[in-house]
Design a protein around this ligand. Structure first.
Ligand code: SF4
Length: 511
């Protein structure tokens, strides 16, 4: 066991219903290499600090200390409902965490939850006309989600402009043509949600004594949180090395030259984290030189330099090991339902263990896609048997049997192998994933997938026009797409989502 200790952190904010899988993969891998490794989802912990009696008390206290005419109009009626919010917040969170189903009927009766601006669209039956469900639990979840959204809006408009329920300061990273706006935001005093974020981080630092902290930044909405935590670590614990990686770095920081970024982080790594992190840990232990780092940016004097001299290849799917959720608060995630659409709700409702059928994309030809990047271009499929071994390990660890295959485009051949292995070994799960429209999805294959537990697929269709599909090298025509949709709709109870470039996702709904 190495003397180095690693803490991998998901900064605010990804999903509230289930952990983002990046730290789970890297934790499983680094532990298998002998490194003491822990993980934390600071995003869910920050949100739960807010959605607690003490968190809301603090919010209301701070608002009451302000002149009433400085508060936005929507905030004033909510202030008058303070007592009702304080009395209901913890029961509502327990309900959304799945710990108290009995609350559903009280919520649906209509006078339990205080009703803020988001409830204005409800009709007299208590649901938006488009969002009625015969299922009382679903209705209650939807109403409870509106209630949380009201509180999130209140916090955003008064105390923490960067806060929302699904992302944190995303606009700062989206508009980051220069580092100036991020630097300005980091120079401002911390907001109340920043403070809860830091309280969560310090708890994990005190509990695990890490020598290295890795921030996983999959989306723009995770960048500010990571940099704010990096800034505070640099100020109070400069002995801890700070690493930043993930999907945002892989796409937006590939040519980073901004030395100011390295005032709050020590290293930025690109593409799959396993090999770069392993090399970095060996470097920090004096077992390899700086030039032998793998796909890593660091600051050398006033300049940013890129080191990519490792000779070892990337870790294959077979060597990757099984991800682990150990250390993440699985029973504390909350299912929110901002829509009752059966496909869309999968993204925010329920716990899904996340795996990939393959690394990269087997097609890798679409002209608009980042096919030159490793996460698309390096195709490596997991054997079906190995995938089912991982599935069984995750069921044993989490007790949950829902799986989301998070491939960019899961290969039909890999899905077939997976389905056959699941059926042969009698492993019962529910699963869904992302695919490419592909004529290999015949009615027979779709029936097989459904028999193995597939409940939904999503796929992207950039244009309903053969000429444009050919121009973007999509490799399929509109007619073939229609056949795939018809094949996918054969098994009962499937749903499918078609996302269109430039348009909102179009649900086809439940059959
Ligand atoms: S199918 Fe999807 S992942 Fe593959 S190249 Fe096309 S857009 Fe990229």
């Amino acid at each position: 066991m190495s003397e180095l200790s690693v803490l991998l952190v998901i900064p605010p904010l990804t999903q509230l219903n289930t952990p983002y899988p990046s730290t789970a993969y890297l934790t499983g891998f680094l532990r298998a290499q002998g490194y003491r490794t822990h993980q934390a989802d600071v995003g869910i912990e920050m949100v739960l600090s807010l959605f607690s009696r003490s968190g809301l008390s603090r919010v209301f206290d701070e608002l009451r200390a302000r002149p009433i005419d400085e508060l936005p109009g929507e905030a004033r009626p909510m202030l008058s409902l303070e007592r009702a919010y304080l009395d209901t917040i913890e029961p509502v969170i327990r309900f959304l965490q799945g710990h108290d189903h009995t609350l559903a009927s009280r919520i649906c009766q209509g006078n339990f939850l205080p009703q803020g601006p988001r409830f204005a669209a409800l009709d007299s039956s208590g649901l938006e006309r488009s969002e009625r469900s015969p299922n009382q639990t679903d209705q209650a979840k939807h109403l409870a989600t509106l209630y949380l959204e009201d509180l999130a809006d209140l916090v955003q408009t008064t105390l923490a402009p960067h806060f929302s329920l699904s992302r944190y300061a995303e606009s700062l990273a989206m508009q980051a043509t220069s580092y100036d706006r991020l630097e300005e935001a980091l120079a401002e005093p911390m907001s109340v949600t920043d403070e809860w974020m830091m309280e969560s981080l310090w708890r994990h630092v005190e509990g695990h004594h890490p020598s290295v902290i890795g921030f996983s930044v999959p989306f723009p909405g995770n960048l500010y949180g990571a940099l704010r935590m990096g800034q505070q670590l640099r100020a109070h614990r400069p002995d801890i090395k700070v690493v930043l990686g993930g999907g945002y770095a892989n796409t937006e920081l590939r040519r980073v030259e901004e030395p100011r970024l390295f005032e709050v982080v020590d290293y930025v790594t690109l593409d799959d984290g396993e090999r770069p992190f392993l090399c970095l840990l060996e470097y920090l232990q004096g077992k390899r030189t700086e030039t032998e780092l793998c796909r890593t940016f660091l600051r050398a004097g006033p300049r940013v330099v890129y080191r990519n001299g490792a000779r070892e290849p990337d870790i294959s799917q077979v060597e990757l090991g099984t991800p682990t959720y150990d250390g993440l608060p699985l029973n504390h995630y909350i299912s929110v339902l901002d829509t009752l659409n059966p496909m869309h709700r999968l993204w925010s409702d329920g716990h899904w263990n996340k795996l990939t059928v393959a690394h990269g994309c087997y097609w890798k030809q679409c002209t608009f896609c980042d096919v030159g990047l490793d996460y698309i271009g390096r195709y490596d499929v997991s054997p079906g048997e190995l995938l089912v071994d991982q599935i069984e390990a995750l069921i044993a660890e989490t007790g949950r049997r829902g799986f989301h295959f998070v491939d960019e485009a899961a290969p039909p051949v890999g899905l077939k192998q997976l389905a056959l292995s699941l059926l042969e070994r009698g492993v019962t799960i529910s699963w869904w994933g992302n695919v490419r429209f592909e004529s290999a999805f015949t009615p027979d294959l779709c029936r097989l997938l459904a028999a193995s537990g597939c409940i939904a697929l999503s796929a992207g269709l950039e244009a309903a026009c053969d000429r444009l599909l050919a121009l973007v090298k999509k490799g399929i025509t509109v007619d073939q797409t229609v056949h795939v949709v018809q094949a996918c709709r054969k098994p009962e109870f499937w749903c499918m989502r078609i996302s269109c470039m430039g348009y909102p996702a179009r649900p086809l709904g439940k059959r």
